[in-house]
Ligand binder design. Structure first.
Ligand code: FES
Length: 111
């Protein structure tokens, strides 16, 4: 009997280092094993936020507005909350979110 490893897309994936994250309070990885990921927070944060930053309208990459705690699309100004929910159209569908954690000096995410 063989034990198959869980597919890479279902397990924790390293997307960067705490040093990268702490530089600006966010970490954008356009190509990770789980797809595009934007991690928001710092290594000191209790809860890291991680979403797929691809706008569900037409696919532009969202920008994180720390002051307003929302993600804004540069293309047609759709807005999303940190839970991925649409706050303002034209986008209609929520963003995919990930679970994120820090382990040692690594930032890890999981679908
Ligand atoms: Fe984001 Fe149109 S692509 S609002």
């Amino acid at each position: 009997e063989t034990t198959e490893a869980a597919p890479a897309s279902k397990t924790w994936q390293k997307v960067g280092t705490t040093a990268d994250l702490d530089k600006t309070g966010q970490l954008l990885v356009t190509k990770s094993p789980v797809g595009p990921v934007l991690v928001i927070g710092t290594s000191k944060a209790k809860n890291l936020i991680a979403v797929n930053p691809t706008c569900t309208h037409k696919g532009c990459t969202l920008a994180w507005k720390a002051k307003d705690k929302k993600l804004v699309c540069p293309c047609h100004q759709a807005e999303f909350g940190t839970d991925g929910e649409v706050k303002k159209g034209p986008a209609q569908n929520p963003l995919k979110t990930y679970v994120a954690k820090i382990e040692g000096k690594s930032v890890l995410v999981k679908p």
